[in-house]
Design a protein around this ligand. Structure first.
Ligand code: NAP
Length: 305
C-alpha cells in the first residue's frame, strides 16, 4: 500500500487549502472527499464577506475556483465516505469507500452538518416540507409560505435568500436577540415579505405525508398558536462530522475537535481544521486559514518524524 505524507479528509475550504499548501511543500497528499469538493460553500447562495470580491461571489463559483486551483497541483484524490482512521503517527490507516489508505499524518477537515431540531416527526417530514438547505430546496416553495427556525447567520442569510423565492417567510427564533450579524438582520427587517417571530419555539410539526403547519409557543407568555406553512427550513446550528475519528481524540462539549492554535489535536500526527474543530468563528476564510496552518504544522511534524 502506497503511503502518503498526508491524508486530508474533507474537500471544503479547509481541506482544499490544506491539500494545496502540503502539495506546494512537496508532500505527497491524498484528499478524500465524500461527494463534490466545495463543502458548505456549495450550499451557499452568495458570499459577501470573502475578501477580494466586493460585489460578492456565488458559492458554486468560489467552489469552482477552489477546485481549479487544486487541479494545478499534484494531489491524489479519492471520492467516498471515510469510515475510520486507525493506527498512529507515521502509519495511520484511513478506510474510505471500502479501501484502505496509508498516511503518515491525517488532517481532519470534514466540516459540520446542520443540526436537526429534534421534534417528533421531523425525520418523517424531511424532504416532505422540512429542509436543511434553502439553496437546494427553496425553489420547491416558489410563491408559498415558509418558515425558517434559528437565530444565527445561517438562519438570517437563508431567510433573505428565501424571501426572494417564497411568497412569505416567517423567521422563528427562541430569543429576542439574534446571534447573527446585524447587517443581515437590518436587511431582513426592511424586507416586506419577512415576518420575524422572536421569543418563539416550534412545539409540533403537522401534516401527513407533507408538512402543513406548525404549533408555535411564545416562550414569554406561554401562548400557543397554529401557523400554516408549506415549508420549514431548519438552521439551529452545526454538528461536526467526526464519527470516523478515534474516540480518544479530545472534543468539546458539543463534539467539535479540540486543537491548539497550530491545529494539532491531542493525538500526534492528527490535525483538525475548519468547521470540524472547536472555535469561535466559522467562516470560509477562517476554514481556509485553518487548513493552511494545519498543513504547515503537519509539514513540520513530518520533518521531525
Ligand atoms: P449558530 O451560529 O450556532 O446559531 C444557531 C442558532 O440556532 C442560534 O440562534 C440558537 O439560538 C438557535 N438554536 C439552537 N438550538 C435550537 C433549538 N433546539 N431550537 C431553536 N433554536 C435553536 O449556527 P449557524 O447559524 O448554523 O452558524 C454556524 C456558524 O457558521 C457560525 O459561526 C456562523 O457565524 C457561521 N456562518 C457564517 C455565515 C456568514 O458569515 N455569511 C453564514 C452562515 C454561517 P440561541 O442564539 O438562543 O443559542
Amino acid at each position: 500500500m502506497k503511503s502518503h505524507d498526508a491524508i486530508v479528509i474533507g474537500g471544503g475550504p479547509a481541506g482544499i487549502a490544506a491539500a494545496m499548501y502540503l502539495a506546494r511543500s512537496s508532500c505527497s497528499v491524498l484528499l478524500c472527499e465524500q461527494l463534490t469538493p466545495g463543502g458548505q460553500v456549495l450550499m451557499t447562495d452568495s458570499l459577501e464577506n470573502y475578501p477580494g470580491y466586493p460585489k460578492g461571489i456565488k458559492g458554486y463559483e468560489l467552489a469552482d475556483l477552489f477546485v481549479a486551483h487544486l487541479e494545478n497541483l499534484p494531489v491524489d484524490r479519492v471520492t467516498g465516505a471515510v469510515d475510520s482512521v486507525t493506527g498512529a503517527a507515521g502509519k495511520f490507516v484511513v478506510r474510505c469507500a471500502g479501501h484502505e489508505y496509508a498516511g503518515k499524518t491525517v488532517l481532519a477537515c470534514a466540516g459540520a452538518r446542520h443540526r436537526a431540531l429534534g421534534l417528533d416527526r421531523e425525520d418523517a417530514l424531511r424532504g416532505r416540507g422540512v429542509s436543511y438547505c434553502a439553496l437546494c430546496d427553496g425553489n420547491f416553495f416558489r410563491g408559498q409560505v415558509v418558515a425558517v427556525v434559528g437565530g444565527g447567520n445561517s438562519a438570517l442569510e437563508e431567510t433573505l435568500y428565501l424571501s426572494k423565492i417564497a411568497g412569505k417567510v416567517y423567521l422563528i427564533h427562541r430569543r429576542e436577540l439574534f446571534r447573527g450579524t446585524k447587517t443581515f438582520l437590518e436587511r431582513l427587517k426592511a424586507t416586506g415579505n419577512v415576518a420575524i417571530l422572536p421569543n418563539t419555539i416550534i412545539v409540533e410539526l403537522h401534516g401527513d405525508p407533507g408538512l402543513t403547519g406548525l404549533t408555535l409557543r411564545n416562550v414569554q407568555s406561554g401562548e400557543e398558536r397554529h401557523l400554516p406553512v408549506d415549508g420549514l427550513f431548519v438552521y439551529v446550528g452545526l454538528e461536526p462530522a467526526t464519527g470516523f475519528l478515534p474516540a480518544e481524540l479530545q472534543r468539546d462539549g458539543q463534539g467539535f475537535i479540540l486543537t491548539d492554535t497550530e491545529m494539532r489535536t491531542n493525538i500526534p500526527g492528527i490535525f483538525a481544521a475548519g468547521d470540524i474543530r472547536s472555535k469561535l468563528c466559522r467562516q470560509v476564510i477562517t476554514a481556509a486559514g485553518d487548513g493552511a496552518t494545519a498543513a504547515q504544522a503537519a509539514f513540520i511534524f513530518l520533518e521531525q518524524l
